[in-house]
Design a protein around this ligand. Sequence first.
Ligand code: GUN
Ligand code: ZN
Length: 436
Amino acid sequence: MSTAPQNVQAYRASLLHFHADPAFDDKAHAWHEDGLLVVEDGRVKAAGEYAQLVAGLPPGVEPLDYRGKLITPGFIDTHLHYPQTDMIASPAPGLLPWLETYTFPTERRFEDPAHARATAEFFLDELLRCGTTTAVVYCTVHPGSVDAFFEASEARKLRMVAGKVLMDRHCPDFLRDVEGQLGQSEALINKWHKRGRALYAITPRFAPTSTEAQLKLTGELASQYPDTFIQTHVSENKDECHWVGELFPQARSYLDVYERFGLMRPRALFGHCIWLDDEDFARMAATGSAAAVCPTSNLFLGSGLFDFERADGARALLSLGTDVGAGTSFSMLQTMNEAYKVARLKGSYLPALRMFYLATLGAARSMRLEGTIGSFAPGCEADFVVLDPKATPLMARRTSHCESLEELLFALALLGDDRAVAETYSGGRKVHGRGE
Ligand code: GUN
Ligand code: ZN
């Protein structure tokens, strides 16, 4: 009979994680080619060299053997819309017609809680298949869409952030909040924020769809609940930026609209940030706000190219988002692939190490969740992904002759997708196994 303690597990594989941003620190990552990850009670106990750690395992604990595979912290997707799952890959000439033609009619269906719950289940399956263990998620204006999402993520014990969309103008009547009422959001905060692993995000859709009265109340709610998240869109598309200039002539910039209403603060995540200037990025850094960079969406809608150099010049907090359904993939590996190409088109360069940082610790830092998710520091929640560098014949061929870690990670990011995710674990429990 085994005497192994039930609450300790160990995994033998190559291990990669970060304790700093590789763009600014030469020694930002830890890499153990023959590594061991030790998990106790759903949290990381240790991560290091197999040869050093194996002797310290409690008697009877036999490491699971993932040699030939690579374990990283679970990916964190800081911007996407679960109600838009069914409209991924819908064609439209740019953001504003895409919202009118597809988004609003699709989101209307979330007045039906059963539809919301079924979509949330599919969406979570898809995230886990892609190795994403935490996501920052837009629901719809319907409070039931938030309940459906958190009920689904709570049943799976996932670390998820989500919120009810706020919108009280420039939208169809069937998606319009009653002006001047934020009671539904406050009730959802009280119901869900910090319940289990759920965290709430106050979610004004974007400046054009909120009246000044709604933005003012949203800022007040955000200061009343300072440890909630805020999520919105900013400076995604040129037509949108022009429209915001007309609607808010007193603001210095689009981003400044949010600052004027008290919506720039730690845990505020701004999707896109394409057309920000130096002053805007300086405000991002000074206020502790973070950019969610969404390259597949930006290329798909033709919105523009994120300027990594400008953002790094200000030391703004950065992370990656898929922005499904404008984004074209749930995979953070494919999101890295397109981020790399966006950087090249802007004349800059994103090393693979940086991309893996942005999808893990960079996101956790943007969310003020360092020490909870995003790395294998002792005590972190044991959310991790087992990546298979030989997942496809082409990947196997290419990764059989990598000369460096950078080359290996680059091939994973450029060639990988859900097929490269062998297993996904959340809180030390397996939540996805490819082929099972
Ligand atoms: N701006 C306002 N709403 C949306 C949305 O749903 N998707 C994207 N990509 N941009 C937006
Ligand atoms: Zn979005």
